[in-house]
Design a protein around this ligand. Sequence first.
Ligand SMILES: [Zn+2]
Length: 358
Amino acid sequence: MLSPENGKEVCILDLMNFLTLAAKTEGTSGREGHERTRLQPYFEAVAEDIQETALGALIGRVGHEGPKVMISAHMDEIGMTVRLIEKDGSIRLRSVGGVDPRILPASEVTVHTAEGPLFGVVGAKPPHLLTPEEAGRASTMDDMYVDVGLKAEDVRKRVRIGDVVTLVGDVIRLGDDLICGKTMDDRCGVAAMLLCAEELKKNRTPAQVYITASTQEEVGAFGAATAARKIAPDVAIAIDVCHASGAGASPARSMPITKVGLTCGPVIHPALLKIAKEVAQANGIDVQVQASGRGTATDADAIQPLLSGIPCLLISIPLRYMHTTVELISEESVRQAGKLMSLFISQLARRWEEIEWY
Ligand SMILES: [Zn+2]
């Protein structure tokens, strides 16, 4: 693949570079335009017929015969929006998606104004000034404000209700294999999808694979649902993150960070899961199956009941510290997830006529 960052030919996606640029690109749910523009050249490098949906999802097709397979990885990130500007110029926030107020105090943020980005910090009442009652409870959004260091009238001139506010954070490597930073959820899934697309293209896999960078997953997966209606796939794969063990995550709800997750449950089609498990085993990919009792909280939930029903598979990349600026993933897991997806699709295409769905 031609690396869109430097124009040099690279055989595989430079993940560290891809994720570092991802973390610098604003794209809260419903406002994914910048991230979509960033992803466009990657899509052009591996896919044809690139198109956008009315809700901003980016779709590209790899291959032109065989079963129609949609892959959905969401490009939106959690973030915040300006709710109110106080008399003193401090900015009150509302979360977009699942932002945990406990991680916000002392965070650096960018307020994306019409005139350009404005740097700020999230302030909260100093501990010395807290009442005993305040000190004993967790902070909420109402306890927090953004300080951009300007006079109130200047804040009012530049900042508008509804301006997007994103967290700021660098991407760093921890140890040999782990990558740490913001927006790993789910831009590492987008990366795995691109790695998969590259393999499928190289191997001329007999399937029509629609890679989709979906939108608004963090607020209800509307971007994936509308994209799926447009594509009308025979089968869909959602690729997203799940909880990696560590930081008190219970073993029942998490898995080692070096594995690749598969999910079973009502949203996941058993025939697809069976093939995915067989493919993983035959190719030495270390997977762990997790059980869901109802929804999966991913794009799969939105896609499955559409049209006359779309059989879904969910592949997950384990991640520690979800929805923070220090989301931690294993580079090898991302590559293995991409490999599993491409091998699964190849197998699916080969066995398409003889799959026993139930
Ligand atoms: Zn996600």
